[in-house]
Design a binder for this molecule. Structure first.
Ligand code: PMP
Ligand code: GLN
Length: 379
């Protein structure tokens, strides 16, 4: 038997969360909130699960939710989308990403991605016979080196995957990045896969530069989002994809055979909940407070804190504390100090070690306080 992903093991998120459990450690590794979602969501679950919405939803998602998404896109990005033809509801962003890659990537196609990269891109490319072409984000501030991108574009380049706000670094792309992307892909057939799952989690008054804001870019883009991040329900695994009709048609051909349709009652719940703008617009203030609370607690520690402009992650550099490899350091932190984090090397195909760990601050203040007490002990 030939294993298509022979060089991959179990994902780092599963590994570290399991290790946290085994050692009874505080878990700031895998990205998920340790607090409950809004009670109103639970009430809506009661409402819709006790009504008769237990059969298949329409293949692209219920129209009420697609219309809601379309309205959010209009409010946030001033972009009109057609909910009938340009929005599809997915079983989380992971399914959206996999579906997009398998719909468009053929054997031998090259896909440019930026490292450190979220872990599901490269396997999806490889399973479909594509070739991941890695560009490294600048080591000082994790910005994109557009000269490198230009040098890696070839006639075989079929797709560029961008991710902003960026997991794991917490950086965001700016207008200059967008201009570079537009110029480099103008008059090409390159498709942009834009992972924007943290679209509503951006700090310090920065603007989320969605591909949906730029018509030329939108026409060649597949935008991916996830309600899991926005409404604190990562376990529901529901997201959406926005793309122009000509790309969405191709996307849906695969979507219908990969999953066909997504959990029906939960789509109803989300559609009603997101009628209230505050339920998605308020999240940036909520998480900025968490970031500031946590960063303030550890600012006197021996760790160097990297700036986090978005997402619910912050990177910490530990080279003043230990010279262990980041994987060994995170194991030691979990086993000995009872704090589970993620080693950054997991986001590089060659497991590059920069003595950085990722912390998830989507946690109760008491969890963040306990985590900070451990962090402040280390020197
Ligand atoms: N992309 C990024 C950058 C993520 O951080 C995550 C998950 N946390 C996903 C995609 C997958 O999202 P989902 O859980 O909705 O599949
Ligand atoms: N996206 C989450 C993270 O970065 C984890 C999702 C998962 O476990 N697959 O931690």
């Amino acid at each position: 038997m030939k294993d298509k992903l022979s060089s991959f093991g179990t994902t780092i998120f599963t590994v570290m969360s399991a290790l946290a459990q085994k050692h009874n450690a505080i878990n700031v590794s895998q990205g998920f909130p340790d607090f409950n979602c809004d009670n109103q969501l639970i009430e809506l679950c009661h409402k819709y699960f006790s009504s008769n919405f237990h059969q298949y939803a329409p293949m692209p998602g219920i129209i009420e939710l697609r219309e809601t998404v379309s309205k959010i896109i209009q409010i946030c990005y001033n972009k009109k989308t057609n909910p009938e033809t340009e929005i599809t509801i997915t079983a989380g962003a992971t399914q959206g990403i996999y579906t997009a890659i398998s719909a468009f990537i053929n054997k031998g196609d090259e896909v440019i991605l930026f490292e450190p990269a979220y872990d599901c891109y490269a396997p999806a490319i490889l399973v479909n016979g594509g070739i991941p072409t890695y560009c490294k984000l600048n080591s000082s501030d994790f910005s994109i080196n557009w000269n490198e991108v230009a040098s890696k574009i070839s006639p075989k380049t079929k797709m560029i995957i961008i991710n902003s706000p960026h997991n794991p670094t917490g950086t965001v792309i700016n207008k200059n990045d967008v201009e570079n992307l537009i110029l480099l892909t103008r008059n090409t057939d390159i498709i942009i896969l834009s992972d924007e799952v943290y679209e509503h989690i951006i700090f310090d008054g920065l603007t989320h530069e969605s591909v949906l804001r730029y018509e030329e870019l939108f026409q060649k883009s597949i935008m991916i989002s996830s309600f899991g991040k926005t409404i604190h329900t990562t376990g529901w695994k529901i997201g959406y994809v926005a793309a122009p009709e000509h790309l969405m048609k191709v996307f849906r051909k695969v979507h219908q055979f990969l999953i066909f349709a997504v959990n029906h009652p939960l789509q109803r719940v989300i559609a009603e909940y997101l009628q209230n703008k505050e339920n998605y617009l308020g999240i940036k203030v909520f998480y900025q407070q968490k970031r500031d609370y946590f960063v303030n607690l550890i600012k006197g520690s021996a760790f160097e804190i990297m700036p986090s402009q978005g997402t619910y992650f912050v990177l910490l550099k530990y080279n003043r504390i230990s010279m262990l490899k980041d994987t060994d350091f995170t194991i030691e932190l979990t086993e000995k100090y009872k704090l589970a984090t993620i080693p950054l090397s997991a986001f590089y195909h060659n497991n590059e070690d920069n003595k950085l760990i990722r912390i998830c601050f989507a946690k109760k203040d008491e969890t963040l306080l306990k985590a900070s007490q451990i962090i402040n002990l280390l020197n």
